[in-house]
Design a protein around this ligand. Sequence first.
Ligand code: ZN
Length: 260
Amino acid sequence: MNIIIFCDMEGISGIFRKSQVTLNEPGYQEARSYMTQEVNSCIKACFDSGVRTVVVRDVHAGCNNIIWEALDERTEYMIAGNPRKGRFDGIDKFDGLILLGYHAMAGTPQAILAHTASPTWQNCLLDGIKVGEFVLDAARAGQHGVPVIMTSGDDKLCAEAKSFIRNVVTVQVKEGLSRESGKLLIQKKAHEKIYNGTVKALKNCSDIKPFKVRKSVTVRLEFIMEVPLSLTRKDVKLINGTTCEVTGSDFEELINSFIF
Ligand SMILES: [Zn+2]
């Protein structure tokens, strides 16, 4: 079995404030270490479960956060840096995707560092249903036939994931109290939960189906301010000054059309 792990930062245990996930701000260097140790717990569980190949992709901000030299040496390779598009290229070689350290969608109350993709996005709706980064990634992997088998983060992220994919394994490593506060599991316990959750997800892998969107899907973006000028294009329908949408059959392409 081959597994790919996408690792974000906001949902890693021990992380509860913005400066920890912001390059060179207070707490950032420690948070990189938390992230690396947490992904290593997940990798160890993969190899202990008989996984043949593990690839790790850093997906937070500039995608250069995991401490490369400290990554479990059995990892095939790590994907670092932000190519903007092409996050899902080659994903069909993998049997399952793990979304580690994820966070709830923009606007979720009492969720640690909740947002969706960009601080300029107020809401992202898929055929009228609000979604966050968990679904945006699950749906793009699903388009390639790859299921999300496990995710981790705070209690709100776990609830969000379960509401879209019933039998995905969720690992709660903290409870959100507000945007920048939470009840944090101690690190050792959090890593044990990540390990056990990964083992469980790999055991149940065949029960978890890829997340599929409808053949023709509409993605609507509500911005906090005006729709950016770069989106005043023929393929983008302007609903009002702050809202626009695109409709099509290639979901990955639709999401790419919003990345500029
Ligand atoms: Zn992030």
